[in-house]
Ligand binder design. Structure first.
Ligand code: GDP
Ligand code: MG
Length: 439
């Protein structure tokens, strides 16, 4: 997405005002970019239509050039379409609040039940009961029980012999008896939506009268995520969505389409396998993620202030000649370190916001020392040419620097990414105006 927008923006930058022709070119790129980010076709079209009207009607904001203007409008529009604000879980006026899960097999229902129950318990002293109603896979019940045990949250199950409807009924009776304030119903999934499953879920819905039917959707399934959401919403009528596996390599464009197609809010996002890897869904953050732009505007500000111009000019030249090597990389890291955490800076660079290699790559003194140790364990030739770094050499460097091989591999990957990115930027392939000052 980012490179497309940047290319489009480059045509526009320098001009004082957005012309209609420029705008259409940019919109075309944005549309393609959204598709690449897994937004579905219909949603992308709608988005562009609304965006066009907004952009044409927009007053030119003081201090923003046309390309920045467009980014801002795109970002605002994305945020708006995803609902602007975080939406909390529904809550019943009398206990228990019943939350029923739905979703395909492997989407993350059971994991999400544990995450949510744990969140409620630790944040508001809630006393949830988890009902194990996936009777098709014995391992599913065991999985929920293990999670419940770890979290000291009770799990109601009747093994795999009883019908899920009966289990739900009995589980609810137990919750009444124990005065649980929340009940989570962990249901079965299928690899695909089918009639039998939908009937079972509808029956459970009739029995349990849930306050919330939370659909769990795997963000990694890209375009299919939207179809799945639509299927469940049409058949069952969901009340909210949890988008899981956003820690993976996905832009999360599904969030936009799901919201648009179902009209139902995304309430939470899953960002890992651990029970604490759950976050409230914030539309504005997701907008930035889908755009992959990070906070371009603040980056421009920050870089203009902090970078040493002479050094930057040298590096720019090196990058144009593509002779940027590991020593330059270290130098670069040091500069970045002076500016604050690596992670923050990298997130502000378009295209880097979701780069998995750089996720959580905040570099402190110690990290920097480790990276330096690795670089200094390379020979001069290796520092200049990462292609030389065979597995055997990597092991030698790891031993020499006292770092695990995995760290060496990571550093090499980061180096290559930074070099490629900078090489592109240095050669004018889509550097937003103002950012050329960075190097
Ligand atoms: P269910 O079949 O819908 O109940 O799915 P599970 O809860 O059993 O999850 C299926 C797999 O996805 C498990 O290995 C989970 O650890 C994993 N999983 C669930 N949520 C997330 C997430 O947000 N991130 C990652 N990386 N893995 C997840
Ligand atoms: Mg499950």
């Amino acid at each position: 997405l980012t490179s497309r927008i940047q290319t489009a923006m480059k045509t526009m930058s320098g001009k004082g005002k957005v012309s209609e022709a420029d705008l259409d070119e940019t919109l075309r790129e944005i549309r393609l970019a959204l598709l690449e980010a897994d937004v579905n076709l219909k949603t992308a079209r709608n988005f562009i239509k609304q965006l066009r009207e907004k952009a044409l009607g927009a007053k030119v904001l003081e201090g923003l050039n046309p390309s920045e203007q467009v980014i801002k409008i795109v970002n605002d529009q994305l945020t708006e379409m995803m609902g602007e604000k975080a939406v909390p879980l529904n809550k019943s006026t009398k206990i228990p609040t019943v939350i029923m899960m739905a979703g395909l097999q492997g989407a993350g229902k059971t994991t999400t039940v544990a995450k949510l129950a744990n969140k409620l318990k630790s944040e508001s002293n809630a006393r949830p009961l988890l009902i194990a109603a996936d009777v098709y896979r014995p391992a599913a019940i065991e999985q929920l029980k293990v999670l419940g045990q770890q979290l000291s949250i009770p799990v109601f199950d009747e093994g795999t012999d009883n019908d899920p409807r009966k289990i739900v009924q009995d589980g609810l009776a137990q919750a009444d008896e124990n005065k649980n304030d929340y009940v989570f119903i962990d249901t079965a999934g299928r690899l695909q939506i089918d009639e039998v499953l939908m009937q079972e879920l509808k029956d459970i819905e009739k029995i349990a009268h849930p306050d919330e039917i939370l659909l769990t959707v795997d963000a990694m399934t890209g375009q299919n995520a939207t179809e799945t959401a639509q299927g469940f919403n049409d058949a069952l009528g969901i009340t909210g969505v949890v988008l899981t596996k956003l820690d993976g390599d996905t832009r999360g464009g599904a969030a936009l389409s799901i919201r648009e197609v179902t009209g139902k809010p995304i309430k939470f996002v899953g960002e890992g396998e651990k029970v604490t890897d759950l976050d409230v869904f914030y539309p504005d953050r997701m907008a930035s993620r889908i755009l992959g732009m990070g906070d371009v505007l603040s980056l421009i500000e920050k870089t203009q202030k902090d970078f040493d111009e002479k050094q930057a000019a040298d590096q720019l030249q090196k990058m144009q000649e593509n002779t940027f090597d590991f020593e330059d990389f270290l130098e670069q890291l040091k500069q970045v370190q002076n500016m604050g955490s690596m992670d923050n800076i990298m997130k502000m660079i378009p295209g880097m916001a979701n780069n998995p290699a750089l996720a959580n790559a905040s570099i402190g003194e110690k990290d920097f020392a480790h990276m330096a140790a690795i670089v200094y364990s390379m020979t001069k030739a290796e520092r200049r040419d990462p292609e030389l770094l065979s597995p055997a050499r990597r092991r030698r460097i790891a031993a020499g620097s006292g770092r695990p091989v995995i760290d060496v591999n990571r550093l090499i990957k980061q180096f290559k990414q930074m070099r490629d990115m900078m090489f592109k930027f240095a050669n004018g392939k889509g550097l937003p105006k103002g950012m050329s000052d960075m190097f």
